[in-house]
Design a protein around this ligand. Structure first.
Ligand code: SF4
Length: 356
């Protein structure tokens, strides 16, 4: 158990202490994980639409489109969330594409009941107006994730493939500060842009925001670009940075069991716009569809998958070469992702294999 994990957990408790329902749910999660030593789902990500106005050079979601399928309906999202809550989930993140492009974005936020849970969403901020922020605040959302890639406006806009993106971000930050909404800056980074990422980490401190650094994975628009991936040596330096900056958050060190490790399938799941369930939004491997099976059955299958059960000490999709070679690279066989895990021959070897 790392002191840093405890510090970050305490920081979270401090943020939500005025919401007794939520505190009780989090308390039950820690009890289940630490006392009963059973896995407890904490976070359910929903990518609600593959649509986006940006054309980010590193977009992992560019292959999410499934031409002949309907997006999950509001009822299907609600049913999935109810099932996730039954397994312990108290956090939900809306992702995309760009979530604000979903015609029922606010309805989805309402379904998730932000006053009782930790509900947030990641936005490119292009459509984030003052009215939407006021409405989100009224509904109980207290954290918005605003994507930024560089403090240099030209470079940022070039990376995002959208002229004026940087100005939208700065405007959104001002509005969040005005309405006292917490800000998190998710930064997708790769080797050539580490300097820009570290500058954002410093900038976030000045505006009292947190930062989530997403290490580049070879998926979507960067499929096959393995030379851009980080390695385990970098991971050690990166961990030092995370440990020495309490405003730097990562999903692998907010685990309910207080251990550092990939939460995929155990504490965190991701549901694609069409209902496929994966370990996280950057993972192109599906374990089933909520339209076909109960969520608990799908999660059980995930927990019997060697690469999730080993609780990788580093990010599976960005650092773990075995997983990248066997499962990430396999996604290049498909026009649209995620693909079903059974379609990959490696799964025969990797299911129900806890003791490798
Ligand atoms: S693979 Fe990486 S991004 Fe995905 S859940 Fe694990 S640590 Fe997080």
């Amino acid at each position: 158990m790392k002191i840093d994990g405890i510090k970050k957990a305490l920081h979270q408790v401090d943020k939500i202490r005025y919401r007794p329902n939520l505190v009780a749910k989090i308390g039950r999660g820690y009890f289940r994980a630490l006392v009963l030593r059973k896995p407890c789902l904490r976070d359910c990500e929903f990518s609600i639409t593959p649509d986006c106005q940006s054309k980010c050079s590193f977009c992992y979601a560019s292959k999410f489109y499934k031409k002949e399928e309907e997006l999950l309906s509001l009822d299907e999202i609600e049913s999935t969330w109810i099932q996730a809550k039954e397994m312990g989930a108290f956090c939900a993140n809306l992702l995309g594409g760009e979530p604000l492009l979903h015609p029922h974005f606010i309805d989805i936020i309402e379904i998730l009941e932000p006053k009782k849970h930790l509900i947030t969403f990641a936005t490119n901020s292009i459509l984030l107006t003052e009215d939407i922020i006021k409405e989100l605040k009224r509904l109980g959302v207290f954290l918005i994730m605003i994507s930024l890639n560089s403090l240099n406006p030209e470079l940022n806009d070039k990376m995002r493939g959208y002229k004026g993106h940087y100005d939208h971000v700065m405007n959104a930050i001002e509005l969040c500060i005005k309405y006292n909404i917490d800000i998190s800056l998710p930064v997708a980074t790769s080797k050539p842009y580490l300097k820009e990422t570290y500058e954002i980490v410093e900038y976030a401190k000045q505006i009292n925001a947190s930062v989530v650094v997403n290490l580049m994975c070879a998926m979507g628009r960067t499929e096959g670009e393995l030379d851009l991936l980080f390695d385990e040596a970098f991971w050690k330096d990166y961990r030092k940075l995370v440990d020495s900056n309490s405003h730097l958050r990562a999903d692998f060190d907010t685990n309910l069991n207080l251990r550092i490790g990939c939460p995929a399938g155990f504490e965190k799941i991701h549901v694609t716009p069409y209902g496929e369930v994966t370990g996280c939004s950057m993972n192109p491997v599906s374990f089933g569809n909520v339209r076909e099976k109960p969520l608990a059955e799908i999660v059980d299958k995930m927990r019997n998958f060697y690469h999730f059960a080993k609780r990788s000490p580093h990010c599976l999709v960005a650092i773990d070469r075995k997983y990248i070679n066997d499962y990430m690279n396999y996604a290049s066989n498909y026009e649209s992702i995620p693909y079903r895990v059974e379609e990959n021959d490696c799964y025969e070897r990797d299911k129900y294999s806890f003791c490798k």
